[in-house]
Design a protein around this ligand. Structure first.
Ligand SMILES: Cc1cc2nc3c(=O)[nH]c(=O)nc-3n(C[C@H](O)[C@H](O)[C@H](O)COP(=O)(O)O)c2cc1C
Length: 250
């Protein structure tokens, strides 16, 4: 087992140096470090103080192995030291309502509140973990089979995994992936329709990045991949499955 020299970073440095890490050493994450991540994550802001999320911390090797399969055979889910499931959880509000003889009215808005809360707490956990020198990658593949994951993790009715996150001590630090040009995503005072030239510039920058890593890529490295991936509805089963799990998107 290799022991990592831990470099702590400020939040701003952690955010500016972020890159997803999918290869980890076999060093475990000690309890104090894990607790710090959870303490920081739980300080995340939350809509109307509803705190409509739960985190399931998975360290058991067999459960991680099953999760790796359920998330689309993602090896890093199995090899991570810790997998955190960020769960949109309305079951607690149901319990709070029941304590006052009220029924929770679940609609599209409340379902979104829970998804946003789970997302914010996960992002806070990621920044915390990376500021402590850990490597992470979020796992949206968790929505491939949310019902099976709900069963595996014993989630109550009204809870589903929005995404997961692998955490471990990094065994690699790949170059940072370029982002869209600032003018494509940031607007001052009012939205100004960006020029497609910015997308072409990003295609070229991303293609150069992938080729630098020895990966094959089309010249239009971003736009053509987005066009191929999103010209059909993704996970069309999801709405029905989430409604079965207790959510409502009406
Ligand atoms: C919500 C979400 C879900 C993601 N799902 C996966 C996933 O299932 N598997 C994976 O390897 N990476 C996943 N990623 C990581 C993205 O691919 C990655 O953040 C993106 O390509 C940018 O790369 P970077 O994080 O290294 O800058 C996910 C990221 C987010 C935010």
């Amino acid at each position: 087992m290799t022991t990592q020299t831990v470099q702590h970073m400020t939040a701003i440095d952690a955010l500016l140096s972020h890159v997803s890490i999918r290869k980890y050493t076999d060093q475990p994450i000690d309890e104090a470090t894990l607790q710090q991540i959870l303490d920081a994550a739980r300080r995340a802001p939350t809509s109307s103080n509803t705190q409509t999320y739960s985190i399931v911390v998975v360290r058991d090797a067999e459960t991680k192995r099953k999760l790796a399969v359920l998330t689309g055979n993602q090896k890093h889910v199995e090899t991570s030291a810790v997998f955190m499931a960020f769960v949109a959880d309305l079951s607690r509000l149901k319990r709070a309502n029941a304590l006052h003889d009220a029924d929770l009215a679940i609609n599209n808005e409340l379902s979104m509140v829970a998804i946003v809360d789970a997302s914010l707490v996960g992002m806070a956990a990621q920044v915390a973990a990376e500021s402590l020198g850990l490597g992470t990658v979020m796992i949206g593949g968790a929505r491939n089979q949310p019902e099976e994951i709900a069963q595996l993790l014993h989630l109550p009715e009204g809870a589903f995994i929005v995404y997961g996150m692998c955490i471990g001590w990094p065994a690699e630090r790949p170059p940072q992936k370029p982002r869209l040009p600032e003018a494509e995503v940031v607007h001052y005072e009012r939205y100004q329709q960006p020029d497609d030239g910015l997308l072409h510039a990003y295609d070229a920058a991303l293609a150069a990045h992938y080729r630098g890593e020895g990966r094959e890529t089309p010249d239009a490295a971003w736009t053509s991949v987005m066009a191929r991936q999103f010209n059909q509805p993704r996970r069309p089963f999801l709405r029905a499955v989430l409604e079965k799990l207790g959510f409502n998107f009406n």
